[in-house]
Ligand binder design. Structure first.
Ligand code: B12
Ligand code: SF4
Length: 606
């Protein structure tokens, strides 16, 4: 069981506002999501920051994005956009309910729709309590209040529902990828939740559950519903989604042991339905689109004769071209991918760049060679540089390449990506169960090698979090930042130091950074994070050079690595995989040509 955090900043006076009841008695089913998960403003990064910064740092977001709380409404007061999860619940319910019985609204508008007629308030949530990876860790590094901003707003939403004068008349059902956090923290009563649904809303079990709730029957605390097994059963939004999120695939197939989405069946969704959802978004005023996926590169190659890890170049380029060329789509952002496909098919990356860069809202002036300095930044899992660790937790992460070559796959993949103006955000897991100092050193080696080669990725270290239902669910990692070893701290701080490289181009930037980091340490962080944090922070601040810190024996500076080139990686593939390689990428293995010629002869004979 995870210990829940308290939110001292929740002001009960906000909840005591009384409103006139809705004139129509309210909607039968009211759908909502936390404000911080629904906003469609300023791109993906603001939501990631809201998930990762503690509530006391909300002012930073307010200053950077003064309008972040401003949302758009439909004429009836319902939400103009909602996370894709809410839209699918809405679509699922509309299979059996009238459209004027169901509404999706922002938390501040709940009182306009919850009335005496309301029987269900359904909440979709991504990360309500901030106990998932990369969210909890940053708030705890920074804070006396460990409540992430997103978690604060999620609690505010639940408090509003709890305070409704009609609360006794309706059931509260929660779903979405963060629902498990309520189960694990057992915060049902505090948040006033009756039932958490695990799984997709398309399932008929979900409809049964809503039926029961409408009839006022008691609901179980947890309901597990089945995931659709084929592409035709998956529904698509026909209204506007937050960030224009439209699903592209479910599942993944690489079977990393810590991963939740991989537990779902590997499905790539039909292009015509994706395009309909893109057009629906545009019709409802969206100018941006993002295809949600665990690995964009499997699309078009699921359950074909070719293994999914050899991407279907033509299909992908065709899909993305049609999306960005849809009239009204002004911006497109990538979601998640893996890195091995960049080594397998560099020309695919080039062709996708040609298609996608003009519509990318991301600009990296110091990194990009694009005339308008545009860039692409998918999220990619690096996780560890230790081959020993990688074998244990993600042995297929780099297929078709052997996991023994994982560091080379990362470096070669990053080279190809950077050459094409892709600067990914790469996640690393610190504190994996059983992680030794040697494992951390190997990851530090890889991080230094990235730096040495002039490559760039935003490296986002997070502390291992055993995620619900995964094969590592029962394992324990680091639970407090004070438990981190000096090397683990160093890895985290080195990543952040490298991330700041493109930002430090003014003469005053590095100076301000040093003073700020050391000031913060003196003020608060040294007590909070313990002595192991001290030297890594000095390293991060740049006030003492890394060379000197190493001489003083305070840090470990990664050693140069022996890395395989793309040609060597390709040469290491099994001959049975050669048939899936694209010769126009070059680097074909010795012996490939006679084999290909022989295959052509056999084909002609047949
Ligand atoms: C797009 C995306 C984002 C985007 C946009 C999010 C948004 N607000 O729309 C961005 C980049 C901003 C983002 C940020 C984050 N994300 Co995210 N994201 C995704 C991604 C790729 C797709 C989500 C999606 O829209 N899917 C499509 C919809 C249709 O699926 P769905 O929401 O799950 O909804 C289905 C069911 O859950 C269910 N359902 C949903 N709601 C409800 C409600 C009820 C009542 C019922 C019955 C059912 C139900 O029915 C739907 C299908 O019919 C997923 C991975 C994935 N494939 O799911 C990760 C994922 C959800 N994100 C994840 C994480 C960790 C984060 C961050 C915390 C990362 C970080 N540290 O910054 C932040 C949190 C943001 C926040 N505000 O708190 C994790 C969640 C892990 C967890 N909660 O345990 C996931 C699973 C990625 C992963 N590989 O692990 N994310
Ligand atoms: S590659 Fe990513 S999505 Fe696929 S199983 Fe591994 S962690 Fe999950």
């Amino acid at each position: 069981m995870i210990t829940p955090r308290k939110d001292p900043s929740l002001d009960p006076s906000i909840l005591q506002v009384t409103h006139e009841p809705p004139a129509d008695g309210g909607r039968l089913i009211v759908l909502t999501a936390p404000l911080t998960e629904a906003i469609d403003h300023a791109g993906y990064f603001i939501q990631m920051a809201l998930a990762s910064l503690p509530i006391w740092m909300e002012g930073v977001i307010n200053r950077k994005y003064p309008k972040w709380r401003e949302v758009e409404h439909n004429p009836d007061g319902s939400a103009r956009y909602m996370p894709a999860g809410v839209r699918l619940v809405e679509k699922s319910l509309l299979r059996e309910h009238r459209s004027d019985d169901v509404v999706a609204c922002f938390p501040d508008d709940l009182h306009k729709f919850i009335g005496p007629r309301t029987r269900v308030v359904a909440v979709s949530t991504h990360n309500p309590l901030g106990v998932t990876f990369a969210a909890g860790v940053y708030t705890s590094i920074f804070g006396s209040s460990k409540m992430p901003i997103n978690s604060h707003y999620s609690r505010l939403l639940f408090s509003k529902i709890k305070a409704s004068p009609y609360r006794d008349n309706f059931k509260v059902i929660v779903g979405g990828s963060g629902g498990w956090q309520i189960i694990q923290t057992n915060l049902y009563d505090e948040l006033s939740v009756d039932c958490v649904v695990e799984g997709r809303s398309e399932s008929t079990d979900t409809l049964d559950l809503f039926r029961k709730a409408i009839q006022g029957e008691d609901l179980p605390k947890v309901v597990e519903v089945k995931h659709p097994m084929d592409r035709e059963q998956i529904l698509f939004p026909d209204t506007r989604t937050t960030f224009g999120v439209v699903e592209m695939t479910t599942g993944c197939g690489r079977r990393c042991k810590f991963c939740v989405p991989d537990l779902n069946p590997q499905i790539d969704l039909p292009k015509d339905k994706i395009m309909d959802a893109v057009r629906a978004n545009v019709r409802h005023g969206n100018k941006q689109i993002s295809l949600a996926t665990e690995d964009m590169f499997i699309w078009g190659q699921v359950h074909t004769d070719t293994p999914f890890y050899f991407p279907n170049r033509e299909a992908l380029v065709d899909l993305y071209s049609d999306i960005v060329n849809t009239p009204g789509v002004e911006q497109h952002v990538l979601s998640h991918s893996t890195i091995a496909p960049a080594v397998v098919d560099p020309l695919l990356i080039k062709q996708l760049s040609d298609v996608l860069l003009p519509k990318s809202p991301i600009h990296f002036p110091l990194l990009s060679s694009h005339p308008q300095k545009k860039a692409l930044a998918p999220l990619i899992g690096l996780e560890t540089g230790s081959v020993r660790m990688a074998k244990q937790i993600m042995s297929s992460k780099g297929v078709p390449f052997s996991i023994e070559d994982w560091p080379s796959v990362v470096l070669e993949g990053l080279r190809v990506l950077n050459e094409n103006n892709w600067f990914p955000a790469m996640t690393l897991i610190v504190g994996n169960p059983g992680e030794t100092d040697e494992d951390v050193r190997e990851t530090i080696d890889l991080v230094y090698e990235i730096e040495r080669r002039g490559l760039f990725a935003f490296l986002i270290p997070s502390i291992f979090t055993p995620l619900h239902d995964t094969r590592m669910e029962k394992m324990e990692g680091v639970t407090q930042t004070r438990q981190l070893t000096p090397l683990q701290w160093q890895l985290m701080m080195k990543c952040w130091k490298m991330n700041l490289r493109p930002g430090q181009y003014s003469w005053w930037g590095p100076m301000a950074w040093r003073v700020g980091a050391i000031g913060m340490w003196l003020y608060k962080l040294r007590r909070l994070n313990g002595p192991n944090f001290t030297w890594p922070l000095w390293m991060f601040s740049g006030a003492i050079s890394e060379k000197n810190l190493q001489r003083m024996g305070k840090i470990y500076r990664g050693k140069p690595m022996k890395v395989k080139t793309r040609a060597e990686l390709i040469a290491s593939l099994k001959p049975k995989d050669w048939q899936h390689l694209r010769a126009d990428n070059g680097d074909m293995p010795m012996g490939y040509e006679p084999l290909a010629a022989r295959a052509a002869v056999l084909q002609a004979q047949a």
